[in-house]
Design a binder for this molecule. Structure first.
Ligand code: NAD
Length: 341
């Protein structure tokens, strides 16, 4: 029996990404989706039933983390837990599962850097970095939230990046002209806004978005938890906005001078999930990618994914990898049988 616990930010994708390999390896599953996004999981149950999955093979338990999640983690007959969510919850799961010596796969948060060298193709880099910063309202674990730009192109990059960010529209995502939808909850919006407030209090400048541009919302969405793409500059690497996962449409842009310096600064956070490197120098791209403490590095692109490739983070971003071969190893046991005859 595999215990699967998933978060709210990409609810169907992250749940099925665990269920499929668990079943393919011959397990049954008990899945606990996020209490914030139960509906897609419930719809998936209906589809599984329709597809003829036998009763008892995929079991979905709806409930809060503290009650349903922890019951799964502490259950003596669930020997492995695949968890995607925050680092804080992962620490609790690790503690609670320790007495049972469970196998854990932990896919956690990130504070992902984009490193942009002065030989980068900005016509590709700017639109991609906008997407990597603000897609899904910045509520993707792989979103960029620290952008390091080489000093000689810093002003030009910033000017073009902010001008494009200002064009992003918030509203109902069913409207094809809308770029960002609502954040997950009132509390989360408050948390994200507080980060921007803290940055201002520390003397950083906010160039667009929160507190700068007015949020024009369609009728019917006026009370929603929306926020515009927000760009922060003149911020220190030690600031909480440069160290902690904000998980909203907020990104910080800072200048750097040398390759050596930027590698050190990019690695100077507790997380290590994803990074992007922009340069037309192939040798440099290889050198930098290898030295970044990051489970995933994209060079001159972002979110180009093949589900067979290993996926996961270093440091506080997780333990273990998921993806074809790695999921196979996680969801199966190796047994040595010696037969004398
Ligand atoms: P969360 O840790 O609050 O919750 C994740 C899941 O864990 C939910 O289903 C929740 O109910 C459950 N849970 C909470 N407390 C629990 C406990 N004590 N025992 C067992 N289960 C418990 O995370 P969230 O706010 O839902 O999701 C956002 C976080 O997920 C961000 O940090 C984001 O970076 C991370 N994330 C990581 C990846 C990745 O692949 N690395 C992907 C998506 C999201």
């Amino acid at each position: 029996v595999a215990g699967l616990i998933s978060p709210w930010n990409l609810p169907l994708y992250l749940l099925t990404w665990k269920i499929a390999p668990a079943l393919a390896c011959g397990n049954t599953v008990v899945a606990k989706p996020s209490e914030m996004t139960s509906v897609t999981a419930w719809m998936m149950c209906k589809l599984l039933e329709k597809a003829g999955v036998p009763p008892g093979v995929v079991n979905v338990v709806f409930g809060t983390g503290a009650k349903a999640g922890e019951a799964l983690v502490c259950h003596p007959h669930v020997p492995l837990i695949s968890f995607t969510g925050s680092t804080l919850t992962a620490q609790r799961i690790t503690e609670k599962s320790a007495p049972h010596c469970k196998r854990l796969s932990l896919e956690l948060g990130g504070k992902n850097p984009a490193i942009i060298f002065d030989d980068a193709d900005l016509t590709q880099c700017i639109p991609t970095t906008l997407r990597s910063s603000f897609s899904n309202q910045g509520e993707i674990c792989l979103c960029t939230s620290r952008i390091f730009v080489q000093r000689s192109i810093y002003s030009e990059f910033l000017k073009r990046f902010v001008a494009e960010a200002k064009k992003w529209k918030a509203g109902n995502p069913l409207d094809p002209t809308v770029d960002v939808g609502a954040l997950i909850s009132k509390e989360h919006l408050e948390k994200v806004r507080n980060y921007v407030k803290k940055a201002r209090a520390e003397g950083a400048r906010v160039l667009c978005g929160e507190g700068v541009d007015s949020l024009i919302l369609p009728t019917g969405n006026q009370k929603g938890y929306f926020m515009l793409p927000t760009v922060i500059v003149e911020i220190r690497d030690e600031s909480c906005c440069m160290q902690e996962e904000i998980f909203g449409p907020v990104t910080c842009v800072v200048p750097f001078d040398t390759e050596e310096e930027v590698i050190e600064r990019a690695n100077n956070v507790k997380y290590g999930l994803a990074a992007t490197v922009w340069s037309s120098n192939v040798g440099r791209v290889h050198r930098v990618a290898q030295r970044l403490q990051s489970g995933l590095v994209w060079t001159n692109c972002w979110l180009v994914r093949d589900l067979n490739l290993p996926f996961g983070g270093m440091k506080a971003s997780g333990i273990g990898r998921e993806g074809a071969k790695d999921s196979y190893e996680f969801f199966t046991e190796v047994k040595t049988i010696t037969i004398k005859h």
